[in-house]
Design a protein around this ligand. Structure first.
Ligand code: SAM
Ligand code: SF4
Length: 266
């Protein structure tokens, strides 16, 4: 389907949970996080039904995100249900990688072949500071396992202050090259203030070519990360919510005062 600005909307990002086992400083507040009640979280059947309608309407690309997708109970089963849908040509997941050592093989077996792992630094102390609670070695072990299992491509999402010339980012670039991973550099954004930029080595952040809709874990279809607009799939019905989200996709992002990265999925 095309939106009002002649952009072909064919990419659905699905946040499967707002929960996370990390607390990255740029993504989540340290405390006072208001979690979605479990009763509001979409069931696997609902996620599959929404994805099927999206595919019927021309969506080809699907990405699972969160919160941290690997903390959603039964995630491997959900991946299997989604990869069984005919018509998805590009299916991926964005994860912080901390649980990949355990999940890489079962996810691969369930049909997931492409993965993006968030990694901002190769310095263990800096990693701890950025994520507040994370252990760098967990991610590195997870990445090694993903590589061993055969994931291709493995992309690294590296959040930077400005660009990839920063020391942490340069180290991530070298690490990526040495391992056959692809590094992408995401400028640190601020939803509230409407500060966003183009992803170096990726597609995000460029409004004129944006092809995405985002589905939150509680069933709100969002036409733009930097907008408060959202369409409730349960209230409107799937077809109508998709149609409204596409028709109300703004030409360009402004600001988002009602959401956070961890409950929209980045
Ligand atoms: N937990 C998973 C992870 O970290 O990869 C998936 C969800 S996370 C919200 C998705 C992506 O958004 C991550 O690559 C993360 O680095 C990015 N992100 C979060 N907050 C951000 C911010 N303020 N600016 C830019 N990127 C951000
Ligand atoms: Fe969790 Fe990902 Fe947000 Fe970090 S960026 S707090 S890992 S959702």
């Amino acid at each position: 389907m095309f939106d009002q600005f002649n952009r072909r909307i064919n990419y659905l990002r699905i946040s499967v949970t707002d929960r996370c086992n990390l607390r990255c400083t740029y993504c989540m507040p340290e405390e006072g996080i208001i979690q979605m009640p479990h009763s509001q979280i979409l069931s696997f059947e609902e996620i599959v039904a929404i994805t099927k309608v999206a595919v019927k309407n021309g969506f080809e690309k699907v990405r699972i995100t969160g919160g941290e997708p690997l903390v959603r109970k039964g995630i491997v089963e959900l991946v299997g249900m989604l990869t069984a849908i005919e018509g998805i040509t590009d299916f991926g997941m964005t994860t912080n990688g901390t649980l990949l050592k355990q999940f890489a093989q079962p996810l691969y077996d369930a049909g997931l072949k492409r993965i993006n792992v968030s990694l901002d630094t190769l310095n263990p102390e800096r990693y701890k500071t950025i994520t507040r609670v994370g252990k760098l070695s967990d991610v590195l072990e997870g990445l090694a396992e993903a590589k061993r299992v055969g994931f291709n491509p493995i992309k690294l999402n590296c959040v930077v202050e400005k660009d990839s010339n920063e020391p942490d980012a340069r180290a991530v670039k070298v690490f990526a090259q040495a391992n056959g991973f692809i590094a992408r550099f995401i400028p640190k954004m601020n939803l509230d203030e409407g500060i966003f930029g183009v992803v170096e080595g990726g597609e995000g952040g460029n409004c004129s070519t944006c092809n995405r809709l985002r589905l939150t874990a509680n069933g709100i279809l969002k036409p733009c990360l930097f907008s408060d607009r959202g369409y409730n799939v349960r209230e409107l019905g799937i077809e109508k919510a998709i149609e409204m989200a596409i028709n109300n996709k703004p030409a360009c992002g402004m600001a988002n005062r009602t959401g956070e990265f961890y409950n929209i999925g980045g």
